[in-house]
Design a protein around this ligand. Structure first.
Ligand SMILES: NC(=O)C1=CN([C@@H]2O[C@H](COP(=O)(O)OP(=O)(O)OC[C@H]3O[C@@H](n4cnc5c(N)ncnc54)[C@H](O)[C@@H]3O)[C@@H](O)[C@H]2O)C=CC1
Ligand SMILES: O=C1O[C@H](COP(=O)(O)O)[C@@H](O)[C@H](O)[C@H]1O
Length: 259
């Protein structure tokens, strides 16, 4: 990808995981509604490539998108318990604004940060906790319909559907990454669900790197590390995107904080 890449929500956890490993690999433009402190901006990024803007501001988004080849769209309210007015504005309206700006500016591809919470209601009382354990072979693979856990999950499922619309009607390449649980350094302690859907920082960067370099039409993939415990099948991410995760939450299983 020689053209600039816009990263929305650049100051957050996922954005910083991506920039930590890919700062020098792309010509980044960074957008966040909060001013980014110096330590969150890679040295390779000029000040005029940093946009302080809300993703619901269509004029500001159009300016940031002009001339980019791809967008990684992360900005939004990430709280599973977020109220409807917030996810409606930040996640649904903001995502539609980004997709619309992308087609207006003739952008090639958009990687959209969806979530495990778009499908959290598959985790029924009958299936849990077994589905979080290595012996269990229950899998979601991205072909299933959404079954959101909460209104935040509804907003992520809506973002996926917006992506489908902009792909089908405007030929925009769209990949929706149902991100699991991103934590730095180690998986969440004493949390089987979180360990089954752990996404390490370096695997997060590897996955979004693939989203920028691979060819695809419309895809929904799961964003987790190569965990032994899992209920998400990452074959599609491997096959279509070339994703090769290197971490596995099992490596931390005997850590004292897990006992
Ligand atoms: N961290 C995780 O484990 C997971 C994250 N995700 C998704 O990934 C994305 C990023 O999540 P995190 O980095 O964890 O969240 P975060 O809260 O650390 O970062 C989000 C960033 O987006 C910015 N932002 C929020 N609303 C905005 C708006 N309306 N306009 C412009 N900027 C705005 C915030 O200022 C913040 O810097 C979110 O869409 C979240 O739903 C999905 C699944 C798991
Ligand atoms: O979508 C998200 O999912 C992760 C994991 O969910 P949790 O309910 O197991 O914590 C969450 O940590 C993150 O904030 C959220 O954006």
């Amino acid at each position: 990808m020689d053209d600039p890449v816009l990263l929305t929500g650049a100051g957050g956890r996922v954005g910083q995981a991506i920039l930590r490993d890919l700062a020098d690999d792309y010509d980044w433009r960074l957008l966040d509604r909060e001013p980014l402190p110096r330590e969150k901006i890679p040295e390779s990024v000029d000040a005029d490539a940093v946009y302080v803007a809300d993703v619901t501001d269509d004029e500001a988004v159009a300016e940031a998108v002009d001339g980019v080849g791809a967008i990684i769209h992360l900005a939004g309210d990430p709280r599973p318990e977020a109220p409807w007015d917030s996810v409606l504005r930040n996640n649904i309206d903001g995502t539609q604004t980004v997709f619309e700006a992308a087609v207006e500016a003739d952008v090639d591809k958009v990687a959209f940060a969806s979530s495990n919470h778009a499908v959290g209601a598959f985790e029924t009382d009958e299936r849990t906790p077994d589905m979080y354990r290595p012996h269990d072979d229950y899998r979601l693979d991205g072909t299933e319909l959404p079954r959101p856990s909460n209104l935040y999950g509804v907003s992520k499922a809506t973002g996926e559907t917006l992506g489908r619309y902009y792909h089908d009607h405007y030929d925009l390449s769209v990949v929706c990454v149902r991100i699991g649980n991103l934590t730095r350094g180690h998986p969440p302690w004493n949390y089987e669900r979180g360990q089954a859907m752990w996404l390490s920082y370096r695997d997060c960067a590897r996955l979004f790197d693939c989203c920028l370099t691979a060819d695809y039409g419309y895809e929904i993939v799961y964003g987790i590390s190569d965990n032994e415990r899992k209920y998400y099948d990452i074959s599609r991410a491997r096959e279509v995107l070339g994703y090769e995760p290197v971490d596995n939450s099992k490596e931390f299983e005997d850590h004292p904080k897990n006992q």
